[in-house]
Structures are given as C-alpha cells and as structure tokens.
Write a protein that binds this ligand. Structure first.
Ligand code: GLA
Length: 780
C-alpha cells in the first residue's frame, strides 16, 4: 500500500503542533518519478518509520511504552514490509529487569537505561528523569533549514524527504522534535533535534545530542582523525571495548586534536570492501563523539555538542536547535563512505558562487615574508608568480595596524600605510593589473592587548573578571557570544572587504578559548557561552558571505584547527594544515579525505628546507602531493632558480589542465600511509565519466634495491582502454610498459607498474613521487 504525506492532517495521537501525515495517495509520487527510490514512510498500523533510498534503510518504531525505539540502520530493506521484530523484546526471565539494551532513538537517563543518554534536561523540580513518548510526526518534502546553524540542504524537494517526529515528556512538558532527512543521491541520513520547553517553568538542558544510534553488536573498530597542530587528522584505529570510548574538543573550536567525525568499521573492512558507518557532526565548536559498549555487546553511538562544557536554559516556550549529524552507511568499504560524504559536502553543504567553480591557483606570501614586507616586495612576489601562471595573490598576516610581530594589532582592521602606502585598494589594483585576483588574510575573532580595539574595549575579550586571562600566541579572543561585538566586526570587515577589489579571504582563528565566560550572560547561563560563541561565528560568516557573494572564503585555524563541516557551509575550502611538508601532507591529506572532498583542501608547495619540519623534499614531489586538492604556492618565487621556475610553470600548467579532476574528481585512496610501514603511498582521482584519471604514487624512503611495485587502480571502466602517460614525461624513467594503452580491467586487476631505475639520479633518493595521467582512448 502506497501512501502520500498530506499536509495538515493529524497523527494517530492527534497532536496539534505538528501536522501529520500519511494517507493512501502518498506513494503515487513514486509512480510520477519512477527512478526515484527514496521514500519516507510511516506505517500507521505498526507505527513504524522506514527511510529508504534504494541503498540504505533507517527504521524506527513506537515501542509499547510509547517511546521511540530504534530498529535498524544499514543496507536497504524492502519497503512496504514490517520490521517490527527487530525492535525490543522484553527479557523473559524476569518480568521487569532494568539495564537491558533497549535501542531508542533519543535515549534519556534515570529510567533503567544506564548507558549514555542523548538528552539530560532538568525541569524546575531538579529531577532529570524523562519519559519521551511519541506525540506525532510529519513528513516533509525536501529538507528544512536549521535556524542559525549550518546544515546540508537540497536544491529541489525531490532530492530528499524529511521526517519530523515529536516526542513529549508529559509531566514536564519538554518536547523533542527529531529530524531525519533521507537523500535520494547518497547513502546518508541527516539527523538533528529541537528541544522545546512546553511547560510553565524554566528547564535546564544539560546534554542535548544531535543523534544517538544503537547498533546491535560491538564488533567494530573505531576510526578517528586525531593529531595536533601541523599534524592534523591522522587516521587512528582501535577496536571497541566494553565501556565508553570517545573523542571530544573543549577548546572552543572543533580542534586540531580531534575531528568531529568517527567511523565504525569491521576489522576486515578495507577501502573497497566491508561495512562501515560514518558519523559526521556539522559543527565547529566543542563536541563529543562517543561509543559505549554495554555488557550485552550492543554499541551506542552519540554525537553532539560536548555536554561537559554546556548547559542551556529554556524559558517556557523557548526552543533549542542542536547541530546536524550526517550518518552514512557503506557495505563497500571506506571508499564508498567517503564518496557519499564528498558528494554531499561538496554539492549540498558548501554554498555560494564558488561551490561549482574551479578554484584559482594562488601564491600566499606568509612563508615568503612573514611580517616583513612592503608593497614593492609583495608586487615582486606577485609578478614573479604570475609569470609562472599563478592566478591569485593572497596577502597574509601583517597588513594592518602596526603588525610587525604577533604581539600587536589584531582587532585593528585598518591598513598599515607604512607597509602599503597606497592602501589595500592600491595594492589590489596593482595585483589585478598583473592579471591576478587579490586575496586577504583576516583573523576577525581575535584581539591583541597592544591594539586600539583592546584599549577601547578591554571588556570585549573573553575572560573571567578578577582572574588572569591565559594568552596564546600573544592574543585574546573576542566574545562573539555578544551581538554588539559581532555587529562591530561585521561593520569593520564590510568596510575592509568593500574598500578594494578583494576576491578571496582567508579567515584565520589562531588560538583555543580559555577562561570561558561572558559578562553578558547571567551566572546560571554561563554554560551557554561556548555554543553562543560559535553561533556568533556562524552569524558573522553568514552576514559576510551574503554581503560578498563573489568572494571565495577559505577557513583556517592555525592550519586545520577548525576544519569541519560547519565551517564548510560558509567557506568551501580550508587551509588543511600549517604543515606544508609533502611527507607530512601525505598523511594529513589522506586522513582528511576520509570525509572531506578534495575541493575543500588547500594544499601548497612550500620552500625547502620545510619551515615546519626542516625536510628537503624534491620540488616535483611537493607538487605531486599538493596537486590533490586546491593548489597553491607558499614560498618566495623570486628565490627560485631558472630550472625551478620552469618546473613550477609546468606544474601550474599541468594542474590547470587537470584541475577539474584534482578538485572535483572522485578521490580513490589506493595505499595508505597508516598501514604497514607506510613507506609507499598511492591515490588517484577519477572523472565522473571515468574517461580520465590521475594517479599519484609516493615512496618516502628509498631502498638500496627498491621493490618492483604494482598498484591496482580502482574506479576505472574495465571495458575502456586508457593511455597511461607518466608526468612529467621528460626525465621520468618509468619504463615504457606503462606508456601504453592498457585496459581498465588490466589496470585494476594487474595494476600500474612502478619501476625503479637505480642509475637515474632523477628518481633516486628519498621522497620520490610518480604521477600518471590516464585518458580513455576510443578503441580501434
Ligand atoms: C596561522 C595560519 C598561517 C598564517 C599565520 C599568520 O598560523 O595557519 O597560514 O596565516 O596564521 O599569522
């Protein structure tokens, strides 16, 4: 029986706030769109929800006690059948045993479920025991926006369906609206929640997760992306064990240390086979991602705002929206999981004019000059870069106030005429006259003690009155939880960005938040500070991207300290890491690619010895790593030798030729730097039509008698013939066996051959890289 949601009809329980659902016409829409397999159905007879898109199913139902139970999330199950049996059956040995692993959609504590809750809310009586009972639901075409929060979206209603389920705790009046969106095009379900105080007394919310998911077994590895400054997002894998295991940030930003993303994968799962669940939180502030394994080997996963640094008071009638979490399932390995996130985040999270445009190759002056520059020096760098084909010049830190060092001037967003006598406008026009775009670095959220802003508004910096403030990089953080400070920053930055032809902005955030406290919040609302701060950041971003729709925003936080899906909704690319060393970047870019698309990863070629690790990696290898992302250069081009200049010009030309592939192709990870000795790494990017691909292969340390290596490619058309051309062709000693036309089946089953020639100095030594371009040729 097919049914169609009908706006305005009432649910079985007749709840009046949410108009509900489900009548018999409904599934006729499928008949109108026969290719569309996506459906959200609510069976009134069994009170079962089934989200389905041909690849995945997500099932929930109303349990006998009125709560919303979880049934299943995984490979698609046949629609139209009942899966009631997957739900909770009471333990039969005793009539009322507590502690049973009842799977619920939004668990609360204190009622016999002793695992970690999704919601802890304290009504006026101070209790935290809630019984959230189903009170209605509605099915909406498309996907509604989340008020004030970044989120995935649709461009047409046909792309997704959203179910909103209302739960209510009758004694307190606390209501929870759970939102589930199933997308037609990807094996993902986006979840979020709204908590509303429907009672008459204030309610204090102490924990409000974005999602909780109960899995029926715990035989999973937990995969997380962890590290620190300059080595962000390394892949760390550990088997689940009884008890709680988590990653979190309490730094005010999602952090260098842990990304708000985890995977549960079977121990045998590889890049192209096996099961994996992904959990990605669309949020840039303090988060928690946790898995609890109980005595019965069920696994509960919860993600959301970190409850440790959070509480929120809801007055009667008030509502709190929590961030979105994107759940993904793959039965075909980590690669397919990444494909789903890459598509969604590139196409339906990133927004604005630059979402679909190829991004310019840029030169950034930071590592070339640091704070020591004048207009002539910058123009020299820009002109020299332009000659090599580079398309944009980005002026980094040091252009404002009296910023000769990191001890001053943050907050004083007016140009330093000592360095730039013709102002930003003068410089930007001269850069444009060279045929380049002009970009600018800002760090809006910060203030230096030595600044006019701090002199005028010492109370705008975050801190607890009467206590010392911890400085980091000699700077303090502005209290963006306060509206007037966000207004001030918007006004100032609107002036700056409007004062010159600026087409690119690098928005930095160079320290964690300490002494969290806002004098603007009442004592019993200080727990709201961190979340209000990040809402202020989102508000400022939203206003600026709206005011300057043609500017390409790049996010940065001391490199990759806030590289998360929340920021990606405003800035379609981010500075992946301050570490520009190619060997380090292999690991960083590999880890980042588990969830984030190539179009989001800024990747620069920097000078050697590398400024972060002192390593000397050949120029070719530095480029061969940076190609897989949004390419830039971060060095002094005037210091390059004529040979190096020719090489860079060739690199830029090569990148431009294949830019669509490098920025928007399907990224396929072939050999991991995190497995085995990690000495050989390989990856590739493939065009959607599979007619072009570029393969990158890297050997970190050389061997006296290097092994003959073969890499099995993936994602090609097995029936196609591909011309395999090493790049650069001249000087590459890869033997002619590869410079052939070979079948996709051959390349995927036998593999591409990486030969070494010990006599060729060009490819001897450490830190080697090979690139191969594959182009389909028409047979015959
Ligand atoms: C941070 C960024 C760098 C650079 C400096 C400038 O560290 O990550 O790329 O912009 O700030 O101070």
């Amino acid at each position: 029986m097919r049914r169609r949601p009908t706006q305005g009809s009432l649910s079985a329980t007749g709840h009046t706030l949410l108009a509900v659902v489900v009548d018999d016409e409904a599934w006729d829409r499928d008949a109108e769109a026969p290719n569309r397999q996506m459906t959200a159905t609510w069976d009134r007879a069994t009170n079962e929800l089934h989200l389905h898109n041909g690849r995945i199913s997500y099932l929930a139902r109303v349990l006998e006690d009125g709560s919303l139970g979880h049934l299943y999330f995984g490979p698609a199950l046949m629609p139209g059948r009942s899966y009631w049996h997957l739900g909770h059956r009471p333990f039969e040995g005793f009539s009322n045993r507590v502690g049973e692993p009842i799977a619920r959609e939004y668990p609360t504590g204190g009622g016999g479920d002793f695992r970690v809750p999704a919601l802890v809310a304290e009504p006026a009586d101070g209790s935290t025991v809630l019984h959230l009972a189903y009170a209605g639901h509605r099915i909406l075409p498309g996907k509604p926006a989340l008020q004030g929060l970044p989120a995935t979206y649709v461009e047409a209603d046909e792309e997704a369906e959203t179910v909103e389920i209302l739960l209510r705790d009758a004694p307190s009046g606390i209501e929870v609206a759970l939102l589930y969106t199933v997308f037609a095009a990807a094996p993902v379900v986006a979840r979020s929640a709204r908590i509303r105080n429907g009672g008459t007394q204030p309610v204090r919310v102490r924990c409000a997760m974005s999602a909780s998911l109960d899995l029926p077994d715990a035989a999973w590895d937990l995969v997380q992306l962890s590290g620190t400054w300059a080595r962000e997002r390394h892949v760390v894998t550990r088997p689940l064990a009884p008890g709680r295991q988590s990653i979190a940030s309490l730094r005010g930003a999602s952090s260098h240390e842990h990304n708000p993303f985890i995977v549960l994968a079977r121990s045998r799962t590889t890049e192209d086979a096996g099961e994996a669940y992904g959990f990605s939180l669309v949020y840039s502030g303090n988060f928690l991602a946790e898995v609890e394994v109980d005595a019965f080997d069920s696994a509960r996963v919860r993600l959301g705002i970190s409850p440790e640094s959070f509480s929120w008071t809801l007055d009667p009638g008030a509502e709190l929206s929590v961030p979105e979490v994107v759940l993904a399932y793959s039965g075909a390995g980590l690669g397919a999981l990444s494909d789903a996130y890459h598509w969604l985040y590139r196409q339906r999270l990133a927004r604005g004019a630059w979402r679909d445009r190829v991004r310019p190759v840029l030169i950034n002056n930071w590592e070339a000059t640091y704070f020591d520059f004048g207009e002539a020096r910058l123009l020299e760098i820009a002109a020299s870069a332009r000659e090599m084909g580079i398309e944009a010049f980005v002026l980094d830190d040091g252009w404002f106030g009296e910023r000769d060092h990191d001890t001053s001037s943050l907050g004083d967003w007016f140009v330093d005429r000592r360095k730039l006598p013709d102002g930003l406008d003068g410089l930007a026009r001269k850069v444009e006259a060279l045929g380049m775009r002009f970009g600018l670095w800002i760090e809006p959220e910060m203030v230096s003690r030595r600044s006019r802003l701090f002199e005028e508004h010492p109370d705008w910096a975050i801190g607890v009155p009467g206590r010392p403030r911890t400085e980091s990089r000699n700077q303090l953080v502005l209290d963006l939880s306060r509206r007037e400070i966000v207004d001030h920053l918007f006004a100032v930055l609107r002036d700056v960005l409007g004062s010159a032809p600026i087409s690119y902005v690098k928005w930095d955030m160079n320290r964690s938040i300490t002494e969290p406290y806002s004098p603007a919040l009442a004592a019993d609302r200080q727990g709201e500070f961190f979340h209000r701060y990040i809402l202020g950041v989102y508000d400022l971003y939203e206003r600026l991207v709206t005011a300057f729709p043609d500017i390409l925003f790049e996010s940065c936080a001391g490199g990759g300290g806030r590289f998360d899906p929340g920021i990606l909704a405003y800035a379609p690319q981010g500075w992946t890491s301050d570490d520009t060393d190619a060997v380090e970047r292999l690991r960083i870019q590999w880890g980042t690619s588990l969830v984030y698309p190539l179009s989001s990863m800024g990747a620069h070629v920097a000078a050697v010895p590398n400024h972060q690790v002192g390593r000397v990696v050949p120029l070719h290898t530095r480029a061969a790593v940076a190609f897989f992302g949004v390419l830039g250069y971060e060095l002094d081009p005037t210091a390059l030798s004529p040979d190096e200049r020719r090489a860079v010009a060739d690199q830029v030309a090569f990148y431009k030729e294949h830019r669509e592939l490098f920025q928007r192709g399907r990224f396929v990870r072939l050999r991991s730097p995190f497995e085995g000795d990690g000495n050989e790494v390989a990856w590739m990017t493939v065009a959607d039509d599979r007619r072009r691909a570029v393969v990158g292969w890297y050997r970190i340390l050389n061997d006296p008698e290097p092994r003959l290596d073969r890499i099995r490619l993936r994602g090609l058309d097995p029936a196609d013939l591909y011309r395999v051309t090493p790049w650069p062709t001249a000087g590459d000693i890869t033997e002619s066996r590869n410079a052939l036309v070979r079948g996709g089946d051959d390349l995927m089953s036998a593999g591409i051959i990486i030969a070494s020639n010990r006599r060729e100095t060009a490819t001897r030594g450490d830190f080697q890289a090979r690139l191969f371009v594959l182009e389909a040729v028409d047979a015959g």
